[in-house]
Write a protein that binds this ligand. Sequence first.
Ligand SMILES: CC(C)CCC[C@@H](C)CCC[C@@H](C)CCC[C@@H](C)CCOC[C@@H](COP(=O)(O)O[C@@H]1[C@H](O)[C@H](OP(=O)(O)O)[C@@H](O)[C@H](O)[C@H]1O)OCC[C@H](C)CCC[C@H](C)CCC[C@H](C)CCCC(C)C
Ligand SMILES: Nc1ccn([C@@H]2O[C@H](COP(=O)(O)O)[C@@H](O)[C@H]2O)c(=O)n1
Ligand SMILES: [Mg+2]
Ligand SMILES: [Mg+2]
Length: 188
Amino acid sequence: MVLNRYRENVKGYLEALVRPLARAGVTPNTITFLGLLISLAGAYLFYRGEQVIAALVLLFGSLVDALDGTLARLTGKTSRFGAFLDSTFDRISDGAVLFGIALGNLADWRVAFIAFMGSYLVSYERCRAELAGSGKLAVGIAERAERLLIIIITALFGHVEYGLYAVAVLAWITVIQRLYAAYQRLKE
Ligand SMILES: CC(C)CCC[C@@H](C)CCC[C@@H](C)CCC[C@@H](C)CCOC[C@@H](COP(=O)(O)O[C@@H]1[C@H](O)[C@H](OP(=O)(O)O)[C@@H](O)[C@H](O)[C@H]1O)OCC[C@H](C)CCC[C@H](C)CCC[C@H](C)CCCC(C)C
Ligand SMILES: Nc1ccn([C@@H]2O[C@H](COP(=O)(O)O)[C@@H](O)[C@H]2O)c(=O)n1
Ligand SMILES: [Mg+2]
Ligand SMILES: [Mg+2]
């Protein structure tokens, strides 16, 4: 919720970045796929224990993640499948990053599992509530952008374990916030 508010502020910069891609005929789905590959590379680097490089790669991957939608909107190529692909690849990337951190023994695997469950539940709640007619359920203190940035910033300082603890707690707080928001909107 917090970072989502700044979407409009960075929109112009993101559009400037995608214009050359649009001119080159690159499709949004190609960028979505590229974003996934970059995130998987970040996850692998966590597994290898290279957390600072992993953080830089993930930061770049996050930027690419924000570009596919921008490119789709700028070129009038938004598609329902593209939205589905973007969300699905977001989940693969989220899971892979947490798995990489756990496998690389950078933090307690049990905390990684709690963070993983919380992160997936946050996204699932939004999807399920929106399907039930709640309207956009982009609420809570730890949406995907916040969770990713927490991991990235703590990894840059060489202490991704703290980021993981924070995500484990904040994601579950978000689960409760979304439960409540969904209750408010769907109870009748
Ligand atoms: C290393 C270098 C080579 C490159 C460095 C470049 C940088 C300067 C990069 C800046 C990146 C910045 C522009 C973007 C960062 C955003 C990133 C943290 C998060 C990525 O999110 C992508 C996108 C996706 O949103 P969407 O709503 O489509 O996705 C939904 C989401 O997955 C839902 O999950 P959940 O429910 O929340 O769990 C799903 O439910 C939905 O299905 C799914 O659709 O979001 C893009 C918009 C961002 C929110 C905009 C954020 C703007 C901030 C102001 C960015 C601040 C970045 C800082 C300046 C970076 C500095 C970090 C440094 C280490 C201090
Ligand atoms: N391959 C894609 C990717 C995204 N979209 C559209 O953009 C929305 C997501 O925008 P972000 O800025 O958060 O990336 C998504 O809901 C789709 O409408 C697309 O069409 N094709
Ligand atoms: Mg995207
Ligand atoms: Mg994405």
